[in-house]
Design a protein around this ligand. Sequence first.
Ligand code: GUN
Length: 283
Amino acid sequence: MAVIIDGKKISQQIKDELKERVEALQAEGKSGALAVVQVGSDPASGVYVRNKKNACAYIGIESLAYELKEETTQQELLSLIEKLNQDDHVKGILVQLPLPAHIDENAVIRAIAPQKDVDGFHPQSVGLMTIGQDGFLPCTPAGIIQLLKRTGIEIAGKHCVIIGRSNIVGKPMALLMLREHATVTITHSRTKNLQEICRQADILIAALGKPRFVGAEYIKEGAVVIDVGIHRNEENKLCGDVDFENVEPLTSAITPVPGGVGPMTIAMLMQNCVESIAKEGAV
Ligand code: GUN
C-alpha cells in the first residue's frame, strides 16, 4: 500500500512551529508585514492571494494587500515596489504571478529588494541557491523537500526525475534535489524517450502542467511520486499532472491533489517571511 503523503497535515505542523516562532520574535520586539500585490482579477490568483493572507493571520504576521486594477502600468507597479522596498516595516514582498501581458514579469521580479524576496524568484536568490549559499528558497520546491524529509523518504543517492523546466518549479527543484545528494534528470517537452527515463526514477516529480499526463506506464514499481500540477477536470474536480488512480498502486508513496504539494507552498512562504522578520531584513 502506498503512503499518501499528507501535505495538509505537514503544512499545518510547519505553520504551528512558525506561529510559536513568531510569538518568540515578537517578545524580542521583532515584527513586520508581508506585502501581497495582485494586478488584475484572475480568479485562481485571487484564491492563492486569499490563502496567503489567511496563512499570515494564522501564524500571527501582518499582511498588507495591494489589489491593483488590470490596467495598472508597469511604471506604477515598479513605483509601488520601490515604496515597499523602502518601508522598513515590510519584511516580504510578493507579487502574484502571472502578471497581465503588458507588464514585464522579469523587470518586476528584479525590482524587488533581494532581502524581501520571499518568493525566492530574484536572480540574486536564484544565484545564492545555485551555489548553495543562504538566501530565500522558492516555495514550491522547498516545500517538496520538506514533504519528502518529514515523510522519512531518503533522497541521497536516489535517482530523481523531474518533468518540467520552469523557473518556478522544475529548475530550482533540480538544484534542491542535487543539494540533497540525489542524482537528477530534468526532462521537458522536447525530451526523447520520456517514459523510459521516468521509469528509471526512484523519485518522480511531475511539474509539466498537463492534467493526468503521467500514467502507470511512466512509473517504476515502488517509486515515490510528487505531483505539482493542479487543474480542474471535465467534472470540475481538482486533479494533478498524475493519473492518481492508476499510478498510486505502483508507488511506495505519492502526493494527492488537492492536499499534497499545494499547502506546502504557502507554508514555505510563511517560513521565508518569518526568516526575514528574524533577520530584520538583513541578508
Ligand atoms: N503564481 C503561481 N505560483 C506562484 C508563486 O509561488 N508565487 C507567486 N508570486 N506567484 C505564483
